[in-house]
Design a protein around this ligand. Structure first.
Ligand code: HEM
Ligand SMILES: *[C@@H]1O[C@H](CO)[C@@H](O)[C@H](O)[C@H]1NC(C)=O
Ligand SMILES: *[C@@H]1O[C@H](CO)[C@@H](O)[C@H](O)[C@H]1NC(C)=O
Length: 502
């Protein structure tokens, strides 16, 4: 009897499942023909679309292949959403930049934003009033006219960087991480940081948690089905506990930073820093405490790993293509005030290895739009095919070679032109000014003081500069002062700034 019951209930379960599938197929087949028209793209399977064709990590190669096949615009169905890949500088600039008002939102990230970030990470926010307020605040903090605030920090930290390279060259990747983190930490919390600080280590690990899901649009399946997350009862949300743990860790680290600042103020310090004014801003714009913490934390996060990675890329390129280093050093020796070559080096590092955002940073369209013969529906996701665009042989001849000379043109000082390293349009990285100056001072000082060579027997694989690795060296490299004279200069000019952390 019990057996029969169980069989019966299994049967009805099967029946229900089949019924649901038939219904789904009918719905799909009967879907009214719409006015929307999309560029061609690879064929997918029902429900999941092309999700399983795109590797969950390092999607760049597949995207290059699709680009070759489908041209400058192609459509990929990823779960519940359509993604249009912009595969040329022109299409990216035309849509994301010139029509920036429309391509301004972000797609929903039901796990990474809504749970893991408590809805509070600026970089993933939709086009909401909250995002607009935060963007305004960030803009004021980070814009060029504010750059005097950063200069002293950039000066002292780049000296410390040179000192640390001199003392412990094998740990170059840690020094770069500390440099990037400490400059922006000084602005936000009013003090320098050390990689030995437990909270700084934790901060980098929260960045990993967040980026883990962002390395490829197919990294986390459920992310591409926001409705599933909405209808699935909480106990069945297998992804939730991990994401919630990460949220608590993140808020814990940010809280520790704020409490440390408050302690220092009580002890009589008087730091002039961004976080100190956060309580007032929160009141003015009506944020809660957690959002205020995330505003400060997001800025440090956005400015740390990115800049660290650029330093590693520059080093690998220096060891691999020594010819450009000689040009840079010649200019540094002769003319410290005007260094167009270093600006070109910055742009080239952004173009040459854009792996941190190999598939771009997604936008969501906020109104229907038409382009050529295509009609795009509001909500469509758009993304620039970053690696493919940066390595387009027509636009960048000898695209694999690190060649700063390609940027020595009339647009040189237009720092956002010629590459998509900071994105483009109304979501462009608000930290690009600070980031460019960070690179400028760090690159100049390192290139002035040191020579960079590959370690005999351990050539650098320039395809494997992992943008996310910070606990281990991304490659081996020999870093030596250019001469005895340079050693004396380093000791004289950088010793003090560096000793605190040496
Ligand atoms: C070399 C260093 C950096 C690189 C390559 C970089 C790159 C990017 C990219 C590609 C985006 C997305 C842009 C888009 O959607 O079009 C972005 C957003 C952002 N970046 Fe940066 N960034 C860097 C440094 C910084 C720094 C130093 C800060 C802050 C001090 C910062 C703060 C932000 C913020 C807050 C966002 C989110 C903006 C929004 O969604 O409205 N970044 N960054
Ligand atoms: C960087 O991207 C290229 C192109 O997709 C890929 O071949 C390479 O393996 C990537 N390297 C890393 C370390 O992600
Ligand atoms: C699209 O990307 C591929 C791969 O990088 C490239 O070969 C192709 O020329 C691109 N198409 C256009 C029209 O830009």
């Amino acid at each position: 009897m019990a057996l029969l019951d169980s069989l019966r209930s299994q049967n009805s379960l099967l029946l229900a499942t089949v019924g649901a599938l038939v219904l789904l197929v009918v719905v799909v087949l009967l879907k009214p023909r719409t006015k929307y028209r999309y560029p061609p793209g690879p064929k997918g399977i029902p429900v999941f679309g092309n999700l399983f064709q795109l590797p969950p990590a390092y999607p760049g190669a597949k995207l290059i292949e699709w680009g070759k096949q489908y041209g400058d615009l192609f459509t990929v169905q990823l779960g519940a959403r359509r993604w249009v890949f912009l595969n040329s500088s022109e299409t990216a600039r035309e849509l994301l930049d010139r029509r920036g008002r429309l391509y301004i939102s972000r797609p929903e990230f039901p796990v990474t934003q809504d749970i893991l970030s408590g809805g509070k990470r600026i970089v993933m926010m939709g086009h909401t009033q909250r995002w607009r307020d935060l963007r305004k605040i960030m803009h004021q903090l980070l814009m060029a006219s504010n750059s005097e605030t950063y200069k002293p920090f950039q000066d002292v930290e780049s000296r410390a960087l040179v000192w640390q390279y001199f003392k412990r060259p094998d740990e170059f990747y840690k020094h770069g991480a500390r440099f990037a983190n400490s400059v922006i930490f000084s602005v936000v919390f009013g003090r320098r940081t050390s990689m030995e600080d437990e909270n700084v280590r934790l901060l980098f690990s929260t960045i990993d948690d967040f980026l883990e899901t962002q390395t490829s649009p197919s990294a986390a399946l459920v992310e591409q089905f926001p409705w599933v997350v909405k209808i699935l009862p909480r106990p069945l949300q297998w992804f939730r506990p991990k994401a919630e743990r990460s949220y608590r860790k993140t808020i814990g680290v940010y809280t520790a930073f704020f409490e440390d600042m408050e302690r220092r103020i009580q002890q009589g310090e008087n730091p002039e820093c961004f976080a100190r004014g956060m309580a007032d801003l929160a009141e003015k714009y009506g944020f809660d405490k957690a959002q205020a913490y995330f505003a400060a934390g997001s800025i440090i996060e956005a400015g740390s790993d990115t800049t660290r990675n650029q330093l590693n890329i520059m080093l690998a390129a220096a060891a691999k293509y020594p010819a450009w280093v000689a040009n840079a050093q010649k200019q540094l020796d002769e003319d410290w005030d005007r260094l167009p070559y270093i600006v070109a080096v910055i742009k080239e590092t952004l173009r040459w290895r854009p792996n941190m955002t190999a598939s771009g940073v997604p936008r969501a369209l906020i109104e229907d739009d038409t382009y050529r013969d295509f009609v795009f529906e509001k909500g469509t996701v758009f993304v620039y095919n970053h690696f493919a665009i940066s390595h387009n042989e027509q636009e960048f001849p000898q695209n694999e070679v690190f060649l700063p000379e390609r940027f020595l043109n009339d647009d040189l000082q237009e720092l956002l032109k010629g590459h998509l390293g900071f994105g483009t349009g109304r979501r462009v990285c608000p930290g690009w000014h600070v980031a460019t100056r960070n690179m400028f001072i760090a690159f100049s000082r390192l290139l002035y003081c040191f020579d960079f060579k590959e370690v005999p027997g351990a050539p650098i694989d320039v395809w494997k500069i992992d943008p996310l690795a910070h606990a281990r060296p991304p490659f081996e490299i020999q870093i030596t002062p250019r001469s005895e004279e340079h050693v004396r200069l380093i000791e004289r000019e950088c010793g003090q700034a560096g000793q605190e952390f040496a």
